[in-house]
Design a protein around this ligand. Structure first.
Ligand code: CO
Ligand code: ZN
Length: 334
């Protein structure tokens, strides 16, 4: 699983430009050889279907990552940009970024009158271009950059970029690898454009008409020095979502996830995320409403160039989801 995470976390895939990460995921799915039906929809969601009985379960993980979009190039070839997804200028300063064609750049800043002035519009990307023309050729207006790839397994942890949410994609691939025989259909969806408003998940849920949906994504933790208070820690097990800004988990779904974890002795935590949302936020509002829940992977420094997860949480999350699929009353009684 670490090799898969290393490959897919380092693949380029900003929101709305998911071609490279989608082809990498198709390669990984093909290598698993589980005979799933693959389809790419109009927005670019990758759907892998395991046909079964009448009931349908949707499992979603977003494959896009936050990015920077080139908006202006000055005479000296410095690039101004707009954020794609949630970025903090204080975290961007000094980061190395790469474009789809491999061009790399460093994020620099203008002279500030006051340190508090560090806003996005004071930052620029420096690709070392000698002129506007050179910059335009490599990184035209409208092109996107993401944090530069790197991957370091270290003790129980993994430090990397885009673990939000390639860790979730890896989790789904691991579930596919160990897929139990079940009597319902499962649609695994690697969604697009989550970071800009849970967009791919919305059209996926509409077309697939699931009876139940689970999203997998990362969540924040409260276990670093003077972190905002939050009862989630790295290495204490996958988090079962109670609520975030986009969703209040369906009580039966949340309870069944908890029951499964207890039954198997899988460590778990309950998550209340006060900022941010995830794909389940738009899925549960599709059509007549879809009972939905979320399994979250605790992660530090989410949306930074070097996020950290605990590999044991990832393994336990995959075990939890695989076991949940075999719950005897999986589909909520409505
Ligand atoms: Co995110
Ligand atoms: Zn995410």
């Amino acid at each position: 699983m670490k090799d898969i995470l290393a490959r897919i976390s380092q693949t380029f895939g900003p929101s709305g430009r998911e071609e490279q990460i989608r082809s990498q995921l198709i390669k990984e799915l093909t290598a698993l050889d589980r005979d799933l039906q693959l389809k790419t929809d109009a927005l670019g969601n990758l759907i892998a279907t395991k046909p079964g009985g009448e009931k349908r379960l949707l499992l979603a993980a977003h494959m896009d990552e936050i990015a920077l979009l080139v908006t202006h190039i000055d005479d000296h070839g410095f690039l101004r940009f707009a954020p794609v997804g949630g970025h903090d200028p204080k975290i961007l300063l000094g980061a190395k970024v790469v474009f789809a064609n491999g061009t790399a750049g460093t994020i620099g800043r203008e002279k500030l009158k006051d340190k508090e002035d560090l806003k996005m519009d004071k930052l620029f990307i420096d690709i070392g271009a000698a002129s506007r023309a050179e910059a335009e050729e490599n990184c035209p207006i409208g092109s996107m950059a993401v944090f530069a790839p790197h991957f370091s397994p270290q003790g129980n942890c993994i430090i990397g970029k885009a673990l939000d949410n390639r860790a979730g994609c890896t989790l789904l691939l691991e579930v596919i690898r160990n897929l139990p025989a079940v009597d319902y259909q499962i649609d695994f969806v690697f969604t697009v454009q989550e970071e800009v408003g849970l967009r791919g998940a919305r059209t996926a849920a509409y077309q697939l008409q699931p009876d139940l949906a689970i999203a997998v994504d990362v969540t924040c933790t409260g276990d670093t020095p003077e972190a905002p208070v939050m009862a989630v820690e790295l290495g204490k097990g996958p988090a079962i979502k109670v609520k975030d800004r986009s969703l209040i988990s369906h009580p039966q779904v949340k309870n069944r996830l908890e029951e499964t974890a207890k039954l198997l002795g899988i460590p778990y935590q309950l998550e209340i995320l006060e900022r941010g949302g995830t794909d389940a936020g738009s899925i549960h509002l599709a059509r007549e409403g879809i009972p939905s829940g979320v399994i979250s992977l605790p992660a530090r420094y989410v949306h930074s160039p070097a996020e950290i997860i605990d590999y044991r949480d990832l393994k336990n999350a995959a075990l939890l989801l695989c076991s949940f699929l075999q719950h005897k009353d999986l589909f909520p009684a409505l």
